[in-house]
Design a protein around this ligand. Structure first.
Ligand SMILES: [Fe+2]
Ligand SMILES: [Fe+2]
Length: 361
């Protein structure tokens, strides 16, 4: 390898911001990139296990020939990893390569405080990505001969992903988070039984698949809404009634079994601080449906009813939805009515009727 960029960080989890920066750095410096996850993020103690972070990096960089993972810091026995040790390790392992060391733009002004900063800058060229929101002083840039890289910006943070405010990371990483119940998934699990959680996961993955199959630009919103759609369902009915009386009085006379679609919205706003109208709307009408639904709302409503753990053969309905949201919706509505009629269930509330009048003419 001629040129190597050392890219250390918490990667908790890795996301498109990291990946795009790595791509830009690789292109502009004609370099291979080593992702070097830190064993623990020193500024917090609730970091996820290093093996999970490593697995997610591996998933995210799969197929990128110039991207590599380094376990150097993860496997180190030291209490604290200093960058200077990492750089020295790479200098020894890749004697003929030119080393670059990527730092965050927010660390440029304080770089002189790093351990052995001068030696570090001798062994590796310090590079950073320009950020329009940060005022950088020339002092350290000149003293340590730092090099600026531009482009590669994606407005996403690991914190946002942990909090389910964004899912701007590769699908393989999203699946990993869901399957290993990390971050937001751990929180969602706290609202429900294992059985319901499996239904939620199935609904979320299939909703996303359907949204992607329909080329929806809001596909990630379908995933987020589906992950959250049933978090109100296991709240004790007495509490549900109280929340309904206070926040959704208009729907208090609806069958209590559908309260949870409104309770879900209440909890999502209160506990997850998510206020996106498309997401909230999809949760709010996932049981009854409504008129004037968004594609995301239609998908979550339909998939909730037909996802595979529901225990009947829904392959045809799923395929219908995948080829067209609106045509598939009509098929699902017909099959719902069929189901209700056979079992003598009264489905004729105002919301459901508004939906049928518009979409099943
Ligand atoms: Fe539900
Ligand atoms: Fe559900």
């Amino acid at each position: 390898m001629k040129n190597i960029v050392l890219f250390g960080g918490a990667f908790d989890p890795i996301h498109f911001g990291h990946i795009n920066m790595a791509k830009e750095a690789s292109k502009q410096l004609d370099a291979d990139i080593f992702f070097i996850p830190a064993k623990i993020a020193v500024w917090k103690n609730d970091s996820s296990p290093i093996e999970d972070k490593i697995n997610m990096i591996q998933l995210a960089i799969e197929g990128e020939k110039r991207f590599h993972l380094s376990r150097y810091e993860a496997d180190s026995q030291e209490e604290v990893n200093y960058s200077i040790d990492t750089v020295k390790h790479f200098k020894e392992s890749y004697k003929d390569s030119r080393l670059y060391f990527l730092i965050g733009a927010d660390q440029v002004n304080s770089f002189h405080k790093w351990k052995d900063a001068d030696e570090l800058a001798e062994l590796a060229t310090i590079v950073y990505f320009k950020r329009p929101d940060l005022e950088l002083s020339d002092e350290n840039i000149k003293r340590f001969k730092m090099k600026e890289i531009s482009g590669g910006e994606v407005d996403v943070s690991s914190t946002d992903i942990r909090n389910l405010k964004s899912l701007e990371t590769p699908d393989s990483v999203i699946d990993y988070i869901i399957d290993h119940r990390l971050y937001f998934m751990q929180r969602i699990a706290g609202y429900m039984s294992e059985k319901r959680l499996l239904h939620v996961i199935s609904t979320a993955k299939l909703s996303y698949e359907v949204a992607i199959a329909n080329n929806l630009k809001d596909a990630k919103k379908a995933l987020i809404a589906a992950l959250l759609h049933d978090i109100g369902k296991e709240m004790p009915m007495s509490e549900q009634r109280e929340v309904m009386a206070e926040h959704f009085r208009d729907y208090l006379n609806y069958p209590p079994a559908i309260y949870h679609q409104f309770i879900g919205v209440y909890l999502v706003e209160r506990d997850f601080d998510i206020h996106d109208p498309v997401i909230l709307d999809a949760i709010m009408f996932h049981t009854t449906a409504n008129s004037n639904m968004t594609d995301v709302g239609i998908i979550v409503h339909c998939v909730d009813k037909i996802e595979p753990t529901r225990g009947f053969d829904s392959t045809e309905l799923i395929n219908a939805l995948k080829s067209s949201v609106i045509d598939g919706f009509a098929e699902v509505l017909k099959s719902n009515i069929d189901y209700y009629t056979k079992r003598n269930i009264d489905y004729r509330n105002d919301l459901q009727m508004a939906c049928l009048n518009q979409y099943l003419k």
